[in-house]
Design a protein around this ligand. Structure first.
Ligand SMILES: Nc1ncnc2c1ncn2[C@@H]1O[C@H](COP(=O)(O)OP(=O)(O)O)[C@@H](O)[C@H]1O
Ligand SMILES: [Mg+2]
Length: 182
């Protein structure tokens, strides 16, 4: 978090570190998820903000102490979805950096899509449509061929996550990707 903060990326300031405990600056505001639920008319705007957070992050070269995830030398967050963005008074900030790694930038948006697809398993029909609409809007900010190319790895990564339930895994593996054809 300090590495990206020093390079102008919006994260809460790290106040102190003690073992596995972090004390962070408190950022007031809803998560992007809560902001979306409060006003579904803003799906396109929030999706654009999230896509920009991805693009800005992947402009940063990774330090050599980050774990590697395949080819590439970009900083990856690998959990950069609407629950890990706080819409703060000075703009959006990104939290929850436990999975940060070095790799190819496109893996991050592909994984955000895989995470959103698993979330559909627990959603009502209306909400499922909103999730697809958010994914489509988010995906439109990336090169479609690159994004599709990264989806198999992202789906495999997500499917292997120990926190994903059988129902969510089935949803993920059975889903069409609501992203444009290349
Ligand atoms: N710096 C912060 N300022 C305000 N709230 C925060 C901050 N960091 C985390 N939170 C709150 O805690 C919740 C969980 O934090 P997060 O780091 O995403 O952990 P996890 O997803 O593993 O539970 C967030 O959704 C947010 O509501
Ligand atoms: Mg989180």
């Amino acid at each position: 978090m300090r590495y990206v903060h020093a390079r102008g990326y919006p994260v809460p300031r790290v106040v102190s570190v003690s073992g596995a405990d972090l004390t962070l600056e408190k950022v007031d505001g809803p998560t992007m998820q809560d902001a979306l639920m409060a006003d579904l008319g803003l799906i396109g705007e929030h999706a654009a903000v999230l896509a920009e957070l991805h693009h800005r992050l992947h402009a940063l070269e990774a330090p050599d102490w980050l774990p590697r995830r395949g080819q590439g030398d970009r900083v990856l967050h690998l959990d950069l979805h609407p629950r890990n963005v706080i819409v703060g008074p000075a703009g959006p900030v990104v939290i929850d950096w436990a999975n940060a790694a070095a790799g190819s930038g496109v893996l991050d948006p592909a994984l955000m899509i895989a995470i959103a697809l698993t979330a559909k398993a627990n959603a009502e029909p209306m909400e499922r449509r909103h999730i697809d609409s958010f994914i489509r809007s988010f995906a439109s900010h990336f090169d479609a061929a690159e994004l599709r190319g990264a989806m198999p790895e992202a789906v495999a990564l997500r499917a292997a996550d120990a926190n994903v339930t059988e129902k969510e895994r089935a949803e993920l593996l059975g889903s069409e990707w609501p992203i444009p054809e290349a």
